[in-house]
Design a protein around this ligand. Structure first.
Ligand code: ADP
Length: 195
């Protein structure tokens, strides 16, 4: 594999997507792009777009597509960022974001979208234990609702493109990481070999 893999991780809030994205990025030596983390960091640095995003995040709402897309477009403005591979975590979260991503990537399409699957009752328990600022009970409920409405349809979107794989996210983090890395290695080798 010359370039690193280009992956999207889908999964409910609390599915362990952030942890696994970080482990995968380390394993494949590619960048980890978490839109949620970018917003949290820019809000703490008092950057206006970050503060605007925070107002939505604190209510458990999605940040509007224009704000999210501006961040991603800026990050991918340099084609090298795309070519060397990446793990997208928390993006795309809506169909317009997913369509825009296809266009941004253009000649370097995604290799795979992985649905890290964890039942709702398990994620609610994990989120309540984590105690991040936006993890109130109402915030969690609202984000899970929005996941079903806006993000879960992306599973079918990527399935239709032949890019979807599902991985059980309920085991130990190391075991899930191993399933993910071997899946990605198999899939990406096969894809690149077919080109
Ligand atoms: P979680 O997976 O627990 O929701 P994230 O860090 O991925 O954590 O996201 C935190 C919040 O940031 C979301 O609830 C949402 O308000 C906002 N956010 C992050 N990424 C996006 C996105 N792609 N589109 C819209 N809002 C986003």
């Amino acid at each position: 594999m010359t370039d690193g893999p280009r992956l999207v991780l889908l999964g409910r809030q609390g599915s362990g997507k952030g942890t696994q994205a970080e482990l995968l990025a380390e394993h494949f030596d590619v960048s980890h792009l978490s839109t949620g983390k970018i917003f949290r960091d820019s809000a703490s640095a008092q950057v206006p777009a970050g503060l605007e995003a925070k107002a939505y995040m604190d209510r458990g709402e999605l940040v509007p597509d224009e704000i999210v897309l501006a961040v991603v477009e800026e990050r991918f403005a340099n084609p090298v960022e795309i070519e060397r591979g990446f793990i997208l975590d928390g993006f795309p979260r809506t169909q317009p974001q997913a369509i825009e991503l296809l266009q941004i990537l253009a000649r370097n399409p995604l290799d795979l979208a992985i649905d890290l699957s964890v039942p709702e009752e398990v994620v609610v328990r994990r989120l309540l234990e984590r105690q991040r600022e936006d993890d109130t009970e109402e915030g969690i409920q609202r984000r899970l609702e929005l996941y079903e409405q806006e993000t879960a349809p992306l599973i079918d979107f990527y399935r239709a493109l032949g890019l979807l794989e599902r991985v059980d996210g309920t085991g130990e983090p190391e075991q899930i990481r191993d399933s993910l890395t071997s899946l990605v290695e198999r899939r990406v080798d096969r894809l690149r070999a077919a080109v």
